[in-house]
Design a protein around this ligand. Sequence first.
Ligand code: MTE
Length: 319
Amino acid sequence: MVLIKTKKEIPSSEITPEAVYLSRRKFIGQSSAVVAAGALAHSSLALPDSWIEDHGYEPGEEIGEDITPEKHATSFNNFFEFGTRKEDPAAHAHQMTVEPWSIEIKGRVEKPGKLSLEDVLKDIDLEERIYRLRCVEAWSMVIPWIGFPVKRVLDKYKPLSDAKYVKFTTLLRKDEMPGTKNLLSSIEYPYVEGLRLAEAHHPLAIFAIGMYGKVLPNQNGAPFRLVVPWKYGFKSIKSIVKIELTKRQPRTTWNRSAPHEYGFYANVNPEVDHPRWSQANERRLPERLFAPKRIKTKMFNGYDEVASLYEGMDLKKKF
Ligand code: MTE
């Protein structure tokens, strides 16, 4: 079952895949939002919280699974650019300048260009999506994101017919990102991720600009990140500055660093273990000291509606 927050509670029995895309809360009046963002340009955030609040955000009802408390989702993070310990991003990511923010769209598109975040968001309605986030390290959370389908952005710049993949790149600014100066780092920077275009076009794949009703904190990938809920968390690349449409499969950060451990596809799959640990179960965070919450991992993290993207593929080989 997909978790989507709506104004009225919908019995889970009535949540069909179609409802997943259609029963969404929309935030309207986008054009004035852009004005508001401009008026608050002195803020250190690319988008101020009021940008979201002004557009009708109200916490909705929880459906089915408990949402992870915000303090855990914003203090237990993976963002290697700020260090490898879970507490490092919350401690150091405030050093990252996110205002102003621009995103370069290039490669196999009709309309390439470098755009301000406000321009990228123009005419795009926001939605709240409550998704499970399953990390390859076998822990998971449930996070209420605010964002919109990736396809809405890609369509604006018109992918050419030979575009087959989308490559995403994170900001690299060494003087603001202490983790990138670590000479022993297991990964290379900038952080790069990629999807097949058909995956990026799936309605469940979103760009997020907020969570818990507010703009994204820096440690969670402000001001603009990817969220692909049926894949391991490392695909959900943070603080994106470049989107490139390509003909060939891009080389991605974790896949380059350890190809036998981290596949390009990285679909959540309880039947394909990581070489060093099982993927059959996960720890749902936060755990209480003597009460670990171990739950069974579901294929595609429970988002079965994506299965048709992989029809006829051997997912043990294309892991
Ligand atoms: N993006 C960048 N640029 N750098 C990272 O280290 N870590 C990934 C992903 N995106 C990472 C990243 C991993 S491993 C996970 S599990 C998620 O971000 C964690 O997202 P969260 O901290 O918002 O929960």
